[in-house]
Design a protein around this ligand. Structure first.
Ligand code: C2E
Ligand code: CA
Ligand code: CA
Length: 705
């Protein structure tokens, strides 16, 4: 790029050269012509003067004088020749300078007529008046050589001086032009810096007060405006980015655990599957569902529940490799993507580590919680080669893990899919079954050993499926709870039990209570007490004949509200039993405030009571507690004589279990009671051998889920 300075210098050079040449040439021509004219005039004057002197010589024919007069011209070296020419063309006298001797005739010939000026010489002819005679003429020819030389010299000298002046002027020009070029250069440099750095903080100096100064000021103002604009823009961009990030977090991350959420998981899983197929690498999806999370949530409230979720999130993340992705799908469900696996054994190692990290006791708000999870595993490409398939299969495998006792993991097996589909079928069939009257209520006696009487009967729902036979409540109650069917089903069981109780009562069976299980899903409805009372009115069963069994976790659910609700029922005379006692996390203080009339010690404590010292002391403590609070105690799931002995030793005298009786169809109950109480009267305190008809619940269980 040619700079402005270079351009200005070129312009200057051309202009200066033109000016110098034209002015020099014109002045030289003028001077030269002037000098030549002066020389010519001088020659003429000389000729006139000489002509005057020569007049007398002509008059007297004095050639010598004439020659002498002409000879005086030798003092004028410019004069080449002089001649007095008579009218007939002959010379009267003549003179030639030394250098011009040879060409004197020629010179004369040139200047004979008039005064002339040639390039190198000039001549004049002056008439010499003579009396009477025809006039002669004096011809002078002088050289212009010297004049020409001087002129040339002057031309060279003046050109030299002109060139020096020109150079000096150029330096001066360049210096002066800096006042114009410097601000422009400054502007250019600034513009380049702005372009290079992309910042608008720089400013140029305003060096002049002219248009360029104005330009610089304008440029600075423009940069200032840009800077402000940029600040706003950056702020806006920053704000937008923050909002975008926030939105992204909200969209892709879970607010409780800060783990990626289901949406993130789905996107990530799709990519992982694609990569696995492209690179021919194994990848796996682990579906983790916490065991008994609902229990913690219901017992301690959502804050502790959230704490537990956070702790699980942290434990899972720590147990896995940095490249593994842990997400929370919702509730107590987590999902993990394991990529780049060498073989499926690697999954087992990861799983072992993960399960172990989960099971460590977790101390939250003064409680030691044991966290476990059930995990389903689906492997790509072995089990499925799509994201949806993997997730669905891992989910099915997780259900299988739950089904096989929780706190374990299961790899997907095609069998499992049909099971989860069955689950849906089950729900639909249940609706149909309820409408078709396939449900029954069986009653399991509760024995009061000291009196030898059947003190109560627990109503247990049974589904008599036309094709499958009896289906266990362990199978259909969870489905009913999930689908909401538990409300109509629970109401139906309650009504049936109350009707049955009233019928037995009318038939002479007195001193009995019927216990009906109530799901937390029924309890959450404010109308529940009214519904219960309405059923009592409708069936003729008295409040004293009814006991509601509520699991420990359901009891603690939404503490205050549940308590008010139960208190109302209690005030009417209805008994309240805590079911599965010992498996929840209710505290003594909470228990004291609850309108409870009975504790049912969970089967898990009874199972090993004859051998396990811990279970013995826990059961003893529970019995002691109940006694303090004036609450009845019943041991559940009593199957052996040894268990009865141990339970009696720790102070528990009421029993429910296969040892005494399985759940019975209503029709068998009066006979059982008559037999049992009759036998008790005969054998005093010894318990009967279990002769009750086998429980109608067949092990269809395994075939279903
Ligand atoms: P649950 O309330 O703890 O009922 C006791 C369960 O233990 C019954 O199982 C009973 O058959 C079983 N059982 C009793 N004695 C023994 C024993 O000595 N050994 C063994 N192994 N088991 C014994 P079932 O009838 O299968 O009921 C399972 C659960 O289903 C019940 O546990 C209860 O939570 C639920 N359930 C049953 N009917 C209803 C209902 O009408 N409404 C609600 N909400 N839940 C119900
Ligand atoms: Ca129960
Ligand atoms: Ca129970």
């Amino acid at each position: 790029m040619r700079t402005i300075t270079a351009k200005l210098t070129s312009i200057y050079r051309v202009v200066a050269l033109l000016v110098l040449l034209s002015s020099g040439l014109i002045s030289q021509i003028y001077l030269y012509r002037h000098a030549r004219n002066v020389a010519h005039e001088n020659l003429t004057t000389q000729a006139v003067a000489m002509a005057g002197n020569l007049e007398s010589a002509l008059v007297f024919g004095d050639v010598a004088f004439a020659r002498q007069t002409l000879q005086a011209l030798q003092h004028y070296p410019d004069v080449l020749m002089a001649a007095v020419v008579l009218a007939d063309g002959k010379y009267f006298a003549r003179y030639a300078s030394l250098g011009a001797l040879a060409e004197q005739d020629e010179l004369l010939l040139d200047s004979r007529q008039t005064g002339y000026i040639a390039l190198h010489k000039h001549g004049v002819a002056e008439t010499i008046a003579t009396q009477g005679n025809t006039p002669a003429r004096l011809v002078l020819v002088a050289s212009l050589e010297k004049l020409n030389q001087e002129t040339l010299l002057l031309l060279v000298a003046s050109t030299g001086i002109g060139a020096v002046i020109l150079l000096a002027a150029l330096v001066l020009f360049r210096r002066m032009s800096r006042s114009v070029t410097a601000p422009i250069e400054g502007l250019t440099a600034l513009m380049r810096a702005v372009e290079r750095d992309g910042t608008h903080g720089q400013r140029t100096d305003v060096l002049s007060d002219d248009e360029i100064g104005e330009l610089a000021r304008g440029f600075n103002a423009m940069l200032g405006a840009l800077e402000i604009h940029n600040v706003h823009l950056n702020k806006e961009i920053g704000e937008r980015k923050r909002m975008q990030d926030k939105l992204d977090r909200l969209v892709h991350y879970d607010t409780v655990t800060h783990l990626p959420n289901r949406r993130f998981f789905n996107e990530r899983l799709k990519m992982a599957v694609q990569q696995s197929l492209q690179l021919d690498k194994i990848m796996a999806v682990l579906f983790v569902d916490l065991d008994n999370f609902k229990l913690v949530n219901d017992s301690f409230g959502h804050d502790i529940g959230d704490e537990q979720l956070r702790a699980v999130a942290e434990r899972l993340s720590k147990a896995l490799r940095g490249s593994d992705v842990v997400c929370r799908l919702g509730g107590d469900e987590f999902a993990i993507i394991l990529e780049n696996l060498v073989d499926t054994q690697q999954i087992e190692l990861i799983l072992d580590k993960m399960m172990q990290s989960l099971i460590r006791p977790l101390r939250l708000d003064g409680h030691d919680l044991v966290v476990t999870g059930s995990v389903g595993v689906a492997v790509c490409p072995d089990d499925a080669d799509s994201a949806e398939g993997l997730l669905r299969f891992a989910d099915a495998a997780m259900y299988a893990a739950k089904g096989s006792g929780k706190n374990t993991w299961r790899r997907f097996d095609p069998e499992m899919v049909s099971r989860s589909t069955l689950r849906l079928t089950l729900e639909n069939q249940m609706r149909a079954g309820m409408a078709a009257g396939q449900f029954e209520v069986h009653y399991q006696p509760q024995i009061d050993l000291p009196t030898g009487e059947v003190a109560g009967l627990e109503a247990l729902a049974r589904w008599n499926h036309p094709e499958r036979g009896y289906i266990s409540p362990l199978q259909f109650i969870p489905v009913a709870e999930e689908s909401g069917l538990i409300r109509p089903l629970g109401e139906w069981v309650l009504r049936s039990a109350c009707q049955q109780m009233a019928a037995w009562s009318r038939g002479g069976l007195t001193g009995l209570k019927v216990a009906v299980n109530v799901s937390v899903r029924q309890l959450v409805h404010d109308s529940f007490p009214d519904e219960v009372l309405a059923i009592l009115m409708e069936t003729g069963c008295t409040a004293q004949q009814l006991e509601l069994e509520i699991t420990e976790s359901a009891l603690m659910h939404d503490g205050g509200k549940t308590r008010t609700l139960l208190e109302r029922l209690r005030q009417c005379g209805i008994g309240i039993a805590i079911d599965d006692f010992g498996t929840g996390y209710s505290s003594m203080a909470q228990l004291k405030n609850m309108p409870v009339t009975k504790l049912k010690i969970d089967k898990s404590f009874v199972d090993d009571i004859s051998t396990n010292a811990d279970d013995q002391s826990i059961t003893a403590a529970m019995v002691g507690l109940a006694r303090n609070l004036h609450i009845q105690v019943v041991a559940e799931g009593v199957e052996t004589r040894a268990q009865v002995t141990w339970l009696r030793q720790v102070g528990c005298h009421n029993f429910q279990g296969y040892y005494f009786a399985r759940p019975l169809p209503a029709a068998h109950v009066p006979d059982f009671i008559a037999n049992f109480e009759g036998q008790q009267r005969l054998t005093a305190t010894s318990a009967p051998q279990p002769e009750s008809p086998p429980d109608a619940v067949i092990s269809q269980w395994g075939a279903w889920i």
